[in-house]
Design a protein around this ligand. Sequence first.
Ligand SMILES: [Zn+2]
Length: 288
Amino acid sequence: MLKLPRKRDIAQRFPHGQAVRLSPLLQRVTAPNNGMLTGPGTNTYLVGNNEVAVIDPGVDKTKHLDAVMQAAPGKIRWVLVTHTHPDHSPGAATLARETGAQVLGHHIRLQGKRDKNFAPDAYLDDGDTVACDEFTLRALHTPGHAADHLCYLLEQENTLIAGDQVMDGATVVIAPPDGDMAAYLESLRRLQTLGIDTLAPAHGDLLSPANAVLQAIIDHRLEREAAILQALRDTGEAQTALQLVKVVYTDVPSLLYPLAARSVTAHLHKLVADGEAVATDDKHWQPA
Ligand SMILES: [Zn+2]
């Protein structure tokens, strides 16, 4: 599930406290919250040179936010968040206070783990844009990983600031109640229709060509779904998500089983909606 690069490679490619220029309009500063779920750390992206939009300020750590402010070639006007998981949005308030920037995000409030202090100045919905002379960022509501998830298309470079819609070298966790597998697959397919060249994920490096990467994720999810359904049919009796993980996720270390069980639960909800499985109680499923 998670394939972490070697420590030395991470330090070179994702230096904490230092901006990496990725394109004429895009820079990245990686927050110092590297770990099992966050890979090298959360990527904070800076868009623009004259006026700047910061996407996913990450953790509220002075050294990180100072590096973001130092990297900004012009005034930071906007702080955008892809979603309100605690590794993405907590730096927003501090950054806004220091720069006078406007904080923007989606209006949906997550039910599970979230940054409870997130207080945007205004909401963005699907299709809304943040624009200046130099760039246009188009917000795309992409529920699946989280119900409030937005991706931002940098139209001038056909690059999608993708948040946790995709990860470099790892599979995105889809954990109900905020995670929804059917919505996630739909969001991936929708992104494939937009002619995007490059994906800029919140964890790890740039990914391209975008549509091939998105297709590989869709294929992987559908393979897992088929394997889960097969495992349900093979046993013929009601199973928990964790029991199914042990059969299906043989390629994953057992340390990650509880995490995988959350994605399996998301798959099971989709299988129920598709008429392929039924829930016998709130913890057990059997084939339809
Ligand atoms: Zn997340």
